[in-house]
Write a new protein. Structure first.
Length: 123
């Protein structure tokens, strides 16, 4: 059984004499983690890759004219670049007051994963 990454937050595991790992059985969790990481990371925040991340919290303070197309474009392009194994089936974003809700229905065909990530961002 191959391991893909360590689980976050890091938790010591006595069974494996190390940290809990993400393997084939919990690959869906790794995919969700990667999506959240792409959405929540502010461009310039990641060392050695200043283009990584959408920085969705920045969109909370944009003037609310109802046009979320720049956000949608950024999400699609970041996922295409940094997680090309994820196919976006449906992407929705809406704002209300100082809240931003993003819903991504996606699949990973190679791993037979189909899921929906819903992310609520508040100021």
């Amino acid at each position: 059984m191959s391991n893909f990454s360590v689980m976050y937050p890091l938790e010591f595991n006595n069974v494996s004499n190390g940290y809990e790992v993400i393997s084939q059985e919990n690959l869906q969790e790794l995919t969700r983690f990667n999506l959240k990481n792409i959405l929540l990371t502010i461009p310039g925040e990641r060392i050695m890759d200043p283009n990584f991340g959408v920085g969705v919290k920045m969109y909370l303070f944009e003037q609310n004219n109802g046009d979320l197309s720049p956000l949608m474009f950024s999400i699609k392009s970041q996922i295409k670049r940094y997680a090309p194994y994820i196919e976006i089936l449906d992407l929705n974003a809406k704002t209300f007051d100082n809240n931003l809700t993003i819903s991504i229905r996606y699949e990973v065909k190679a791993a037979n994963i189909s899921d929906i990530l819903e992310l609520d961002i508040t100021s």
